[in-house]
Write a protein that binds this ligand. Structure first.
Ligand code: ADP
Length: 229
């Protein structure tokens, strides 16, 4: 579960990025986070991944309290949260298989586990026939599928996707959003930051709208509330 209670965040230069944000995301939910540039979306994400601490208020993420987490606990928090970005962030000189295996090795997984788990997630994202290719030999949609496989492989309870379709054409965007929903249906909590209004409106999901550091709407009634603010 992710829970923000009256969270504020001031950066050292004095910007108040969050001005009292409260929200709760239950295990297994699918939530869109929308809002204009500079509204505080990245600040919210960085708190969930333990990169930033709140200035005041409390943030609880999958059993960890951000305001009192110790430095050595942060890697354990991060294992509960997989991340997917607009720019894929793949390792260009590793194969598809090794891009995914690498993140299991990084947490000390055994080779036997890796040999079982990597093909499973590559099959889930539809890349099982391309395991020996390098990222440069994949389409944009395939690269994002690989990034999703990598986010998933250590079995996090939550995935955060930050503008995951920002570099893709409309058809590929729809496929990626559908894949994120399939993964959510298998039980992973999904938080998707996006500007793509048509995609948000196409799927009847919870939408949290943030503007100028405050949540301005939160519900199933869609993106239009954000435009009307
Ligand atoms: P979004 O992701 O919605 O574009 P951000 O969370 O990045 O918004 O930014 C929220 C506000 O905080 C903006 O006014 C931005 O300029 C400011 N901000 C973000 N990061 C920093 C930083 N490292 N130092 C100072 N101000 C920042």
């Amino acid at each position: 579960m992710i829970e923000f209670t009256d969270v504020t965040k001031s950066y050292s230069v004095g910007t108040r990025a969050l001005k009292g944000v409260s929200m709760q995301i239950e295990d297994g939910e699918f939530v869109y986070l929308v809002g204009p540039s500079g509204s505080g979306k990245s600040t919210v994400i960085k708190m969930i991944t333990g990169e930033l601490k709140p200035t005041s208020g409390t943030v609880h993420v999958n059993g960890y309290s951000l305001e009192k987490i110790r430095k050595r606990e942060i890697p354990y928090l991060r294992r509960t949260v997989g991340t997917v970005f607009q720019d894929f962030r793949l390792i260009q000189n590793k194969t598809v298989y090794d891009n995914v295996a690498f993140v299991m090795r990084a947490i000390g997984a055994r080779e036997r586990e890796i040999r079982e788990r990597v093909p499973y997630v590559l099959n889930l994202v539809g890349l099982d026939t391309k395991t020996r290719r390098h990222p440069g030999e994949l389409s944009g949609g395939e690269q994002q599928r690989l990034a999703i496989a990598r986010a998933l492989v250590n079995n996090p309870s939550t995935i955060i996707a930050d503008e995951p379709t920002g570099n893709l054409d409309p058809a590929r965007s729809l496929e990626i959003m559908s894949l994120l929903m399939e993964i959510n249906n298998l039980g992973t909590t999904m938080l998707v930051v996006t500007h793509e209004k048509h995609l948000v409106e196409r799927f009847h999901k919870r939408v949290i709208s943030i503007d100028d550091g405050l949540i301005v709407s939160d519900g199933m009634d869609g993106y239009y509330r954000y435009e009307n603010q």
